[in-house]
Design a binder for this molecule. Structure first.
Ligand SMILES: Cc1cc2nc3c(=O)[nH]c(=O)nc-3n(C[C@H](O)[C@H](O)[C@H](O)COP(=O)(O)OP(=O)(O)OC[C@H]3O[C@@H](n4cnc5c(N)ncnc54)[C@H](O)[C@@H]3O)c2cc1C
Length: 385
């Protein structure tokens, strides 16, 4: 994958947005446990950044997915990881299936305003009893006349308290678990929807995360994305972009963490010399930078395959796994070199350590990625061993 002038231009626009509209507010958003999604998304929408790889017919830029990866990479430099995550939810977690499989009517009503930044989206897959095991979700959407009536609970939903609509995964029949699910667009002001208090998270504190309760929530059946019963399959496809995007977002965040640590270790003196002069310190940082470059190469390979229409299941899972592993290794090693300063909550290295811990858990934990890779390698034992 080769970055063209257009990719670089897109990254410059994104970087300038982050520097001017996001990073100055990091402390405030972290303290308040929320960022102003509508205000921020409108500005992003005006720049075209919420629809980079989305169809032009609905206001997107219609570019290939390599441009979205370039955007994700740059978004990793946002200091408020929670707000960056919420942008990723809008573009790569809650709307890919709608863009690929939704009716034109549904796209006009929900996708176009999401691309313009006028509607905020969230994704409702996880439940208190079903995170990794997506097939076991219990929320139901039962037909009643022209409507679905939805009952159940969704857990850890990013931006849910501000969102205008949710892309919801629910059981629409009693068929087998991979064939009984549908994706449904649910306007969040529909009667019967309520929320828990904002969840108290170790990281991603600038984003609002809550539990969402559905009590006889009625939405028209025309809000279903694609065919009934195809929801599980569409969600698995939707995960491909989520995982590529999540991995790409880690790259520059980790590089920034390494660079911040280099700056600190040049300034901090121990035993009469800058910390950076210790071979263990500069060698370790070189090793971490090498790992990040390897991750970047893997992401570019996966992206190129995806853009060329290839099957990206293995490579996207590997990229997500490697990003998860490095999100822990790099931030932990860097924090160590900050000593007591690294242990302070308000410190950048501390925040990135807490924020990026999510990479190994959200959107398919490391172990789920390993399971997929093993399946593709033919080494995953069958149900009967
Ligand atoms: C801050 C935050 C934001 C989130 N935002 C959203 C959102 O917007 N929408 C949404 O739908 N969800 C969201 N999630 C949920 C997230 O996707 C899930 O937490 C994740 O999929 C893991 O599910 P779980 O927590 O139920 O873990 P579990 O499924 O209970 O698994 C626990 C751990 O067990 C291990 N494990 C699980 N299965 C296996 C296996 N087969 N083999 C080996 N080990 C295994 C893994 O280490 C895993 O971390 C969010 C979570 C967080 C923390």
């Amino acid at each position: 994958m080769k970055f063209t002038q257009e990719h670089k231009e897109l990254q410059r626009t994104t970087r300038s947005f982050i520097d001017n509209e996001m990073n100055p507010f990091t402390e405030q958003w972290e303290r308040e446990g929320i960022f102003p999604a509508h205000k921020l998304f409108k500005k992003l929408g005006d720049l075209g950044l919420l629809g980079i790889a989305k169809p032009e017919k609905f206001g997107g830029l219609g570019l290939d997915y390599s441009y979205q990866v370039a955007f994700a990479e740059e978004l990793g430099t946002a200091r408020a990881g929670g707000a960056a995550l919420a942008i990723g939810v809008q573009t790569d977690m809650a709307t890919p299936a709608l863009a690929k499989f939704g009716s034109d009517e549904l796209k006009e009503e929900f996708l176009a305003p999401a691309i313009r930044g006028e509607k905020v989206a969230c994704i409702g897959v996880s439940e208190p009893g079903a995170g990794s095991d997506v097939a076991s979700v219990k929320t139901t959407a039962k037909k009643d006349g022209d409507d679905y009536v939805i009952n159940g609970t969704k857990m850890w939903i990013t931006t849910s308290t501000q969102a205008d609509f949710m892309c919801l995964l629910a059981n629409t029949s009693d068929d087998k678990v991979h064939k009984n699910k549908s994706l449904i667009v649910v306007p969040m002001d529909t009667p019967g929807i309520s929320f828990s208090e904002k969840l108290n998270k170790m990281g991603m504190r600038s984003s609002d995360t809550a539990q969402v309760f559905f009590d006889d929530v009625r939405v028209p059946q025309r809000n279903r994305i694609g065919a009934e019963g195809a929801g599980f399959m569409m969600q698995m496809i939707q995960f491909q972009e989520e995982r590529l995007f999540g991995a790409a977002m880690a790259v520059k965040g980790l590089e920034q963490c390494i660079n911040d640590t280099i700056t600190y270790c040049r300034e901090r003196h121990t035993f009469g010399q800058p910390l950076i002069n210790n071979q263990y310190v500069h060698f370790r940082l070189a090793e971490l930078q090498t790992e990040v470059e390897a991750l970047r190469a893997l992401i570019y390979q996966a992206t190129e395959t995806y853009v060329n229409g290839g099957d990206v299941l293995t490579l996207a899972s590997m990229a997500k796994l490697k990003a998860g592993r490095l999100s822990r290794e790099v931030t932990d090693s860097c924090l160590q070199f900050w000593g007591g300063m690294g242990y302070m909550m308000e410190n950048d290295v501390n925040r990135v350590y807490r924020d990026m811990r999510l990479t190994s858990i959200g959107g398919g934990a490391d172990e789920i990625m390993l399971g997929i890779i093993c399946k593709m390698m033919g080494t995953l034992p069958g149900k009967r061993g």
